[in-house]
Design a protein around this ligand. Sequence first.
Ligand SMILES: O=P(O)(O)OC[C@H]1O[C@H](O[C@H]2O[C@H](CO)[C@@H](O)[C@H](O)[C@H]2O)[C@H](O)[C@@H](O)[C@@H]1O
Ligand SMILES: O=c1ccn([C@@H]2O[C@H](COP(=O)(O)OP(=O)(O)O)[C@@H](O)[C@H]2O)c(=O)[nH]1
Length: 813
Amino acid sequence: MTCDAIEGVRNQETKHVEIEPNGACETKMVRPRLLVVSMSLPVTAKRTGEDSWSFTMSPGGLVSALLGLKEFETKWIGWPGVDVHDAVGKKALSSALAKKGCIPVFLEEVCDQYYNGYCNNILWPIFHYLGTPPEYRNDATITYQSQYDAYKKANRIFFDVVKEHYEEGDVVWCHDYHVMLLPQYLKEYNSKMKVGWFLHTPFPSSEMYKTLPSRSDLLRSVLTADLVGFHTYDFARHFVNACMCILGVEATSEGVVDQGKVTRVAVFPIGIEPERFINTSKLSEVIQYMKKFKNDFGGRKLILGVDRLDMIKGIPQKYQAFEKFLGENEDWRGKVMLLQIAVPTRNGIGEYQKIKDQCHGLVGRINGRFGSISSVPIIHLDCSIDFNQLCALYAITDVLLVTSLRDGMNLVSSEFIACQREEKGVLILSEFAGAGQSLGAGALLVNPWNIKEVSNAIGEALHMSPEEKERKHKINFQYVKTHSTQQWADDFMNKLNEIITNADLGISKVPHELPEHDVIQQYMKSNSRLVILGFYGTLTHPYKNQERRDERMSLELHPQLEGRLKALCSDPKTTVVVLSRSEKSILDKNFGEYNMWLAAENGMFLRHTSEEWVKKIPEHMNLEWIDGVKNVFKYFTERTPGSYFEISETSVVWNYEYADVEFGRIQARDMLQHLWAGPISNASVDVVRGDRSVEVHAVGVTKGIAMDRILGEIVNNNSMTTPIDYVLCIGSFLVKDEDVYTFFEPGVTKKTKPSPASDSDSPKKVSSTTVDLKDESYFSVAIGRTHTKARYFLDSSDDVVQLIHKLCLYNNV
Ligand SMILES: O=P(O)(O)OC[C@H]1O[C@H](O[C@H]2O[C@H](CO)[C@@H](O)[C@H](O)[C@H]2O)[C@H](O)[C@@H](O)[C@@H]1O
Ligand SMILES: O=c1ccn([C@@H]2O[C@H](COP(=O)(O)OP(=O)(O)O)[C@@H](O)[C@H]2O)c(=O)[nH]1
């Protein structure tokens, strides 16, 4: 959750003073207007005349959840549940909806192919691990393509409506798998729009997701949003993993980095509006219902199920478990009943008809088997039910049975908990519902596929002592009360605002094109300069991707570098360090002849070229995992033509830039699974998935962390006699190494620690030489990326070599 963000963003609310009619001043907090975009509006429209409409509440958790957004000025954009073809009808519907804060999206002829087709027959089953339905296997290309075209068209229609109603400063919050292309359309139209995307369903493991033909387009679009949210960490992890495997982007602790652009990915478990349920269950009408239902049920214990009649809800599994329970517990027959509210949904899809028939068949069988003239064990209702009746049912329920095979969250569980009164019921909850992570502690968690386990859980719930029920209820009630829909929306919006504010602040500071004139001027003025250079992409041949040949060209030094770099290194006032993740022998081979410092393996080994290598590995570092990782890398290298791996004392890097990159990505994904399952499962390592590489290294091996040790060694070595008053740090570094750019910020005096004797064999002179760096003499430069912590950027190693040349030229070296 993102509670830490809340305070910061509350401060961003604008103060707005209003004069009341009586002259009193009131200060109000004005929040950005919120445009909620979802497939369905909270109400479904029904035409009652040429220009008149009536409305009923749309079913499903998304609607229930978003109705709880009270503290935002919200406009809701979505489909009204009907097709309207005439102008009179559209106008009348639009104005009736406007009074409810809703804006209709008319999907017309694309609706069926879009909603029943691509959304609910392709994305929905894939996202819920059901796979593509069989009918696509016969004429897959035609059906799939036309439905995807409809999806694109529908997303365009949503975009047009948002565009029409968007006002500067609005936040556009896109909901669910129906509008995955919308973030991209919005950002292409206006890159400053604040766009969030939240998925209410599970995001499947990349193994399942990758079966989707349009997998890359959808991911790329979602990544254009400023913030991407999920109900659980599992879903977020699967999403990040899919982005890494399919798009080859880099993952960080905050989200996904694509070409330097960071998309934040975070977890926001949705809640309900607890007060609505608590208060409703106290209403006299509801209490009347409770009495009536209890009477109707004739003193039998009540097991309740409330689900849309959807394959993912596991209703047949629920029936089978109940059948087993009755079969094995004769004494409970006639004393317990299962009431299933099976809310109709997506009737236009064949699979939904089938599940209905299947349920009816099972109910018939079980009722035939265990029913009597006076009662049947299962009441199955194909309808939705009135809210007050629903709350009454929740309140008198002994066991709520949730057997979802997969479920984004499952709000029914929370609603049940909120409605409990004196005698507490028991929640049996599928471990495959997102709610399992939040309410598991106060529930009996089950695997719905294990009929025996569910049947046993029913028995356990029915026999549970009042004290245990009370204890479990208390845990969950506390959670439900404090994790409301409003809280959920606040968290999401606050995080989104925080991201945008930080990005706005960032834009003014980073990165500018390198001011060459200043770099040279300050260089000439200074007396003790430190020049830190990366290797790959900084000093190597600037081949473009498409020019890559079958050999390791990027390992070649830039053709014009040699003389220029030698000149720079020969300047007595300049200390040059090449800081690379490469191992010692590669740096030796390329830079052994220069008068400079070499920091291999991200600073784990250091030497001045006139001296021997010094080991800078912290003593406690555990490196036992290396052999296991090496074996896995070897296996994949043999099976991925063109790939290679480099092994050093603290890291192993597998690189597939010269392999078929698509294949390389697939292999990288499998490789990571092998690694996590085996050699690194218990090791203290960082795994970095680069654009075309996988690197495993000991924790804490970043260039920024190494800088401290490097500086200490250089200073102790006495090669610098005066404080460093100029730093130029240029590299094409991974995101995790960008800490090196901030090492010398904000340009104040740094005192270096003498290196501990255990770090090296060479004797140490304890020196306290300092860095005395003015802000204008510090230049951190990223190559080829504009989203960076560096102050400046350069395009390629050509620019680096040119710059080195000019530094020497103007300085007469
Ligand atoms: O509008 P429908 O196509 O009939 O479907 C109803 C909704 O079903 C899905 O709900 C999900 O959202 C809930 C709240 O986050 C969550 O608890 C549940 O697990 C999900 O299944 C769907 O994601 C919505 O878009 C639909 O409106
Ligand atoms: O007749 C009914 C019974 C229930 N619900 C509501 O439908 C939602 C179901 O949400 P959940 O997250 O459990 O699953 P979803 O249907 O969204 O997959 C809950 O808020 C229920 O109160 C409904 O709209 N009509």
